[in-house]
Design a binder for this molecule. Structure first.
Ligand SMILES: C[S@@+](CC[C@H](N)C(=O)[O-])C[C@H]1O[C@@H](n2cnc3c(N)ncnc32)[C@H](O)[C@@H]1O
Length: 227
């Protein structure tokens, strides 16, 4: 599965930023992340599965330092190019299912957006996030789930949609119960659980029919946890 994920993001990297405005899964979390993470000028932040730096770069302007990790060289190349004029960003190639290359208690905040649906066993990731977060630090992440019924329609032309149309899979759907169990096992407190609801602002991401059926329903859940 990891080999396929790397291959798909290698292919997607050059178009990911323009596509992220057009597709629901990437567009719907756009407005929620920065206000929920509430970055402070003194914060050191870790962006896990940072991709092209869609959130790393806007957050860099609001914190002391931000580090992005991802295992796709091509996604990281885009992020590095886009952040060339920023002095407080660093991008590292690492597999987030393994030990993260940071000391314990390093970060004030960790975010991980649109990534955990690619990770089979989340326990090592939760263990590592807890280790690298400072006491009282925050962990913001999301997962694709909800009551919206959204098959990839004809408008989805990105590599993952094409791959899945062939009957293959790189997206793990897990019940919310699994998240709650993970949080309890790794000793995180839940601060907020936010349904990512489909609103008129996401209208352009969907066909007319799909929007009519799914308006007001949710397509993902975002969790704000505290160590
Ligand atoms: C949908 S993109 C999300 C990127 C960014 N967080 C955003 O919201 O735009 C998923 C990212 O997760 C990365 N990823 C998936 N599995 C990974 C793993 N095991 N280790 C490191 N990165 C991984 C992919 O390379 C890809 O860049």
């Amino acid at each position: 599965m990891k080999k396929n994920i790397k291959m798909l993001y290698r292919e997607w990297a050059k178009d990911y930023d323009s596509d992220s405005k057009r597709y629901l899964a990437t567009a719907i979390n756009e407005r929620a992340v920065v206000p929920l993470l509430a970055p402070k000028k003194s914060d050191t932040i870790l962006d896990i599965g940072c991709g092209t730096g869609r959130f790393t770069i806007p957050l860099a302007k609001r914190c002391r330092k931000i580090v992005g990790v991802d295992f796709s060289d091509e996604m990281l190349d885009v992020a590095r190019r886009r952040s060339a004029c920023l002095r407080n960003t660093e991008f590292i190639n690492a597999d987030i299912t393994k030990k993260l290359p940071f000391r314990a208690n390093t970060f004030d905040k960790v975010l991980c957006i649109l990534v955990v649906d690619h990770v089979m066993d989340l326990s090592p990731l939760f263990r590592e996030v807890r280790r690298v977060l400072k006491p009282g630090g925050k962990f913001l992440y999301d997962d694709v789930m909800g009551n919206a019924i959204l098959p990839f329609d004809g408008r989805h032309k990105h590599p993952i949609a094409k791959f899945m149309k062939k009957g293959k899979n790189v997206i793990i759907m897990r019940p919310v119960q699994e998240h709650i169990e993970l949080m309890a096992k790794h000793n995180f407190k839940i601060e907020k659980m936010i349904p990512l609801k489909i609103t008129a602002r996401e209208r352009h991401c969907m066909t007319k029919k799909s929007f009519r059926t799914n308006k007001g329903k949710y397509h993902g859940l975002m969790f704000l946890l505290k160590k």
